[in-house]
Design a protein around this ligand. Structure first.
Ligand code: ARG
Length: 458
């Protein structure tokens, strides 16, 4: 017998039952559903809507249902459609018809919204915590590599030398924005929809403030049609998640490039790589590739939900049941990515000699030669031209700038003196960028300290 069976003269078509059911996935929220029901029924008692004796019976029944599910003895049935009706059925089985009083002054529309808010509120916190662990791992690696020079790239062409620690700190900064965005989203998730009823509020004298306090919500939806129609908070989460995955994907792309034989800048730990079924020599950065690949499904989940919502009239529509799988999938995808990237970064071996070699055998100190000429009073545009011709000469002679004799240097400009060699040395070049946000060692140290402080605060 369906909870809504009274109006119907025929049993539901089997395919309809399967097609409309959400129990296969929304059972993930059974804890939230029970917690929400406990708060709701406590409020019904407090407001005198249900006698206290019945409230006690329902609370005891819900606890039995909870234990049963925990012990794996409960069976979720497609016939009962979703997690809400499955649990209500279980409750009635436990305590009889009085269990049917739990749904007083409530609809599945505000109930499902509540469950989603409770679920996401918890998951956002977990994700923020995992993102912080990754930040910590990167900060630790960055602190280890304050003397490791490497080429900084633009257009994937060697541009200017940077410290490896500095490069990592760029990702720590991106993660910081992700954390801040998710924290702001959390504030909008932390609003109570229960009490909205189906769409228009309820005829019972409920106390929403009491429920909000019990469930530790900071706010209450002001308009009930909005409360049951709103899925912005999930869209926001998916958008935050998409951007986080973008950052992780860019990091992973670099790990793939850096661990290639051509670069050999890093060696990923064996425990975090996989092999080939045919080529015995292979060690593949599969995890990094998969994080990059799974970014696509998170974008897909964002677009999927936006598309579901765009044409929906107020208030609840069954279309909105499509909000869940993408959210669960995104939570799982982010969990997996962050949980793996943290130990991958921690165990990654950095080939400092290879990086140094790459940065010495190239022209990434060319800007510094131009800056040197500027300090000798040459206009920058002219200095750029002079260095361009010097580089061209070097390429023809198969030399780098530091291989030139002073006479060769001076053939390009008379202002060049013996101090040019020190000015172009890689350590000088890096430490010369001693401005706020620059790659000089003490600037990177300051960045690390700033973020370590930030992590301590939270
Ligand atoms: N399983 C439904 C969902 O996920 C719960 C809300 C159903 N409400 C309704 N009026 N059919 O959206």
């Amino acid at each position: 017998m369906k909870l809504w069976g009274g109006r119907f003269t025929k049993p539901t078509n089997q395919l309809v039952e399967e097609y409309t059911a959400s129990i296969s996935f929304d059972q993930k929220m059974w804890r939230q559903d029970i917690v929400g029901s406990l708060a709701h029924v406590a409020m019904l008692g407090k407001c005198g809507i249900l006698p206290m004796e019945e409230v006690r019976q329902i609370i005891a029944g819900l606890k039995k249902v909870k234990d049963k599910i925990e012990r794996g003895q409960a069976e979720f049935l497609v016939a009962h459609e979703d997690v809400h009706m499955n649990i209500e059925k279980m409750l009635i089985e436990e305590i009889g018809p009085v269990g049917g009083k739990l749904h007083t002054g409530r609809s599945r529309n505000d109930q499902v919204a509540l469950d989603m808010h409770l679920y996401l509120r918890e998951k956002l916190m977990e994700i923020i915590q995992l993102a912080m662990y990754l930040q910590e791992a990167m900060l630790a690696q960055a602190s280890q590599h304050l003397d490791t020079v490497m080429p900084g790239y633009t257009h994937l062409q060697r541009a200017q030398p940077v410290l490896f620690g500095y490069h990592l700190m760029a990702y720590v900064s991106m993660l910081q924005r992700d954390i801040e965005r998710m924290t702001e989203t959390w504030n909008r998730v932390n609003v109570l929809p229960l009490g909205a009823g189906a769409l228009a509020g309820t005829t019972f004298p409920i106390d929403r403030t009491f429920v909000a306090e019990m469930l530790q919500f900071d706010g209450i939806y002001q308009n009930s049609m909005d409360a049951v129609s709103d899925r912005d908070f999930i869209v926001e989460f998916l958008a935050d998640a998409s951007l986080l995955m973008t950052h992780l994907s860019r990091l992973c792309e670099e790990l793939v490039i850096w661990s290639s034989q051509e670069f050999s800048f890093v060696e990923l730990d064996d425990a975090f790589c996989t092999g080939s079924s045919i080529m015995p020599q292979k060690k593949n950065p599969d995890v990094a590739e998969l994080v990059r690949g799974k970014t696509g499904r998170v974008y897909g989940n964002l677009f999927g939900l936006l598309t579901v919502l765009k044409g929906l009239p107020l208030a609840y529509n069954k279309d909105m049941q499509e909000d869940k799988e993408g959210m669960f999938d995104t939570v799982a995808t982010i969990h997996g990515a962050l949980a793996l990237l943290t130990p991958m970064i921690q165990t990654m071996q950095v080939r400092t000699e290879r990086m140094r070699q790459a940065v010495t055998n190239d022209f990434s100190n060319a800007t510094d030669l131009a800056d040197y000429l500027v300090r000798k009073n040459m206009p920058f545009r002219q200095a750029h031209e002079v260095v361009g011709r010097t580089v061209l000469y070097c390429i023809e002679q198969q030399k780098y700038l530091l291989d030139l004799t002073l006479e060769e240097f001076q053939s390009f400009s008379g202002v060049i003196g013996a101090d040019v060699y020190d000015a172009l040395a890689v350590e000088t070049v890096v430490n010369a960028r001693n401005v706020l946000g620059g790659t000089a060692r003490n600037q990177v140290e300051a960045q690390i300290a700033w973020f370590q402080n930030k992590l301590k605060e939270t």
